[in-house]
Design a protein around this ligand. Structure first.
Ligand code: BTN
Length: 321
């Protein structure tokens, strides 16, 4: 959206009644036919704007889209969302974010899509998208950390997701190690962290978040759930994503200043994994034990039957009972 279209939109939002083309043309110092052109642009992006002769224009409805302007206007962040790339459809926001990171786009750059044709989840699984129903985005971070520390970003992001959902919908979700967000025992959201690194140094991290927001039951694949299915109320995706961007930034800045301690404490508060008997399926083995705690890097500490504690950094986790 160009700057003048943004100003037209701003003016319409500020004046909830009718505003005449003349008022707007005076305010923006452009002709009335130019105003008309910008109104058309806004309509093309999905804004519903009424135009009545002698009365003027009136903004009736915002589009139900995660448009960059709506996402970032007056957003209280310094980093997250300073640059937003928006797509109706892409293969995967992860791929786009990787390419942008390689072209030196700054940290906090966000790639958001209404739908993805090749969305991926952990362990090369498919992630299911439904256009305009979910929140699907990836973002770039450039923390100065050792590759071993990157795992904590799963926990950081999942804590932010839980808190944003609570803030906007009042729904309390739970975390399942390593990075599933669970509601009513079903998967609501997932997080994927990919890193580009050398032996000792991370170049950048791409974190992808997918949340089932307004999907109805036909638009979900079992065992998945959406906020709408739980609450039977349409949730404002923009509000939720804006809150999420703020929370991610808060925790990221906290991590940079004080390390992972605070994030881990929050994660322990929200998880349903610790203290339970779990089964972990890895590539070539299955482990059973008590999920005792997570360490500073976010690895799971599993107390096995022998009493030995094993540090787990990957795998699929299932609750035994
Ligand atoms: C998982 O639970 O396995 C992680 C799912 C991550 C899905 C998101 S949607 C936005 C981003 N783009 C992708 O291709 N995947 C992530």
């Amino acid at each position: 959206m160009d700057k003048i279209t943004e100003k037209v939109l701003f003016f319409l939002k500020k004046n909830p009644g009718y505003v005449s083309g003349e008022q707007m043309s005076h305010y923006l110092s452009i002709s009335r036919s130019a105003i008309w052109k910008h109104i058309q642009e806004l309509r093309d992006s999905g804004y519903t704007i009424e135009a009545i002769p002698h009365l003027g224009y009136r903004l009736l409805k915002l589009p139900d889209k995660l448009l960059p302007y709506e996402l970032t206007h007056n957003l209280a962040t310094k980093l997250m969302g300073k640059k937003v790339y928006y797509f109706e459809t892409v293969t995967s926001t992860m791929d786009i974010a990787h390419n942008l990171a390689k072209q030196n786009e700054p940290e906090g750059t966000v790639v958001v899509a209404e739908s993805q044709t090749k969305a991926r989840g952990r362990l090369k699984r498919k992630w299911f998208c439904w256009r305009y129903k979910g929140i699907y985005f990836s973002f770039i971070l450039r923390p100065q950390i050792h590759p071993n520390e990157a795992f904590i970003f799963n926990l950081l992001s999942s804590v932010a997701v839980v808190e944003a959902i609570k803030e906007i919908t009042d729904i309390q979700t739970e975390l399942k190690w390593p990075n599933d967000i669970i509601l009513n025992g079903k998967k609501l959201a997932g997080i994927l962290t990919e890193i580009e690194a050398e032996m000792e140094k991370v170049h950048f991290i791409i974190i992808g978040i997918g949340i089932n927001v307004n999907n109805n039951s036909q638009q979900l694949i079992e065992p998945a759930i959406s906020l709408y299915e739980y609450k039977k109320e349409i949730i404002d995706r923009l509000d939720l994503m804006r809150s999420l961007l703020i929370k991610i930034e808060e925790y990221y800045l906290l991590f940079k200043q004080k390390g992972a301690g605070f994030i881990l404490d929050r994660w322990r508060m929200y998880t349903s994994t610790l203290g339970r008997m779990v089964k972990i399926i890895q590539d070539k083995r299955v482990l059973i034990g008590l999920a005792q705690d997570v360490d500073e890097e976010g690895n799971l500490l599993l107390r096995k039957e022998t009493g030995l504690i094993e540090r787990i950094n990957a795998g699929d986790l299932f609750y035994c009972r």
